[in-house]
Design a protein around this ligand. Structure first.
Ligand SMILES: Nc1ncnc2c1ncn2[C@@H]1O[C@H](COP(=O)(O)OP(=O)(O)OP(=O)(O)O)[C@@H](O)[C@H]1O
Length: 337
């Protein structure tokens, strides 16, 4: 098994909440994440809105300063890398944002947008910047002749392709893709996902793929980490997570996918109540206030991520589920080309 490209340990982000000038509390957005990503691998980060996915992604590419924990990339501790040290890092580590409308400067041509990372990093590729940008446009399925056009002249899917071309300009080794298709029509989503998959194969890219849509994650990711209220509650190989989820929350999330109809005897699991506030998360297991299996111990003892199945799957639950999901969930979840 190859060495981890990205190694995250105890990664934490707390945002202070102010009442006027006084700090009145902490939003515990991300609270002690541990995970690795190997070269060429895609790790899916899934969970409901507000569980800390975007905050995690932004810390990974150092757009946000972690409160605690460490981020190691290619054997280097980059947790608190300063501006000068970040420059070479930016080449290896890129981000694609959710909103292809907001993430492209409307006053710049496509050529200028895609060339920006090259120029900021003072890189002149052989053959020149224009040639490289046109190659990149071609690589993501856009017409290189559109070099001088503006973002508003493109559809949503095409704009996301422009964002992908920009992320690829420096030949990164890892891309954090933050909900890259959720703002797009379903038919376009499949095209962009297939593009990312092709690029991954051809360029040996690693991805941290942030999404709330479990069907998309299944199609694209090798491993999956399920987050709830700032914590990873379960992480493992994709097929294990989808067919043998052990954490009640993972089972509930999976049961909400329309095609997963026979989730054991329970069928569709409807979680009661709202996600508690990260300002004051529940003691013990954070999921316990919505968990049908919760017992006294869950309120007092925080469950650790415990590896099972020879380390392929780890679950943070005092009373994990056993057994396989009966449904053949694979085929129905294919994203059409
Ligand atoms: N700058 C900030 N200041 C205070 N709280 C913040 C800040 N950024 C995020 N949060 C809070 O941190 C928590 C996690 O937010 P985050 O955006 O990371 O979640 P998410 O899982 O990506 O959700 P979504 O899918 O809606 O983007 C939320 O409660 C959010 O309100």
């Amino acid at each position: 098994m190859s060495e981890a490209l990205l190694k995250v340990r105890g990664l934490t982000k707390h945002f202070p909440v102010r009442n006027g000038f006084r700090a009145s509390g902490m939003v515990r957005a991300v609270d002690g994440l541990d995970f690795d990503v190997r070269p060429g691998e895609t790790l899916g980060l899934v969970g409901e809105s507000g569980c800390g996915k975007t905050t995690t992604g932004r810390m990974l590419v150092r757009l946000l300063e972690p409160t605690d924990g460490t981020i190691e990339f290619a054997g280097r501790d980059i947790t608190h890398a300063r501006r000068g040290a970040l420059r070479p890092l930016r080449q290896d580590l890129q981000i694609i944002f959710q909103d292809p409308y907001a993430s492209l400067n409307p006053r710049h041509t496509v050529g200028r947008i895609v060339a920006m990372p090259l120029q900021v990093n003072g890189i002149t590729p052989p053959g020149g910047v224009k040639k490289r940008v046109q190659e990149l446009l071609e690589l993501v399925g856009l017409n290189p002749e559109h070099y001088n056009r503006y973002p508003h002249e493109f559809s949503g899917g095409q704009r996301q392709r422009i964002g992908i071309a920009r992320a690829l300009a420096l030949r990164p080794r890892l891309i954090v893709a933050d909900e890259p298709v959720s703002a797009l029509d379903v038919s376009i989503q499949a095209q962009v996902i297939n593009l990312l998959r092709d690029l991954q194969r051809d360029l040996d890219l690693a991805f941290v793929f942030i999404a709330h849509d479990l069907a998309v994650v299944r199609h694209f990711c090798h491993r999956v980490a399920v987050m709830y209220l700032g914590k990873i509650v379960e992480i493992g190989d994709r097929d294990d997570i989808y067919t043998r989820p052990q954490h009640p929350y993972t089972r509930a999330l999976l049961s909400a996918i329309p095609d997963v109809t026979t989730l054991g005897p329970a069928g569709r699991i409807r979680l009661s109540g709202d996600v508690p506030t990260p300002l004051n998360p529940p003691s013990g297991c954070r999921f316990r206030t919505r968990c049908w299996k919760a017992q006294e111990r869950c309120a007092t003892e925080e469950p650790a991520l415990v590896a099972r199945d020879g380390g392929r799957q780890s679950t943070a639950c005092h009373f994990p589920e056993a057994g396989t999901i009966a449904a053949d969930t694979g085929e129905n979840l294919e994203v059409a080309p």
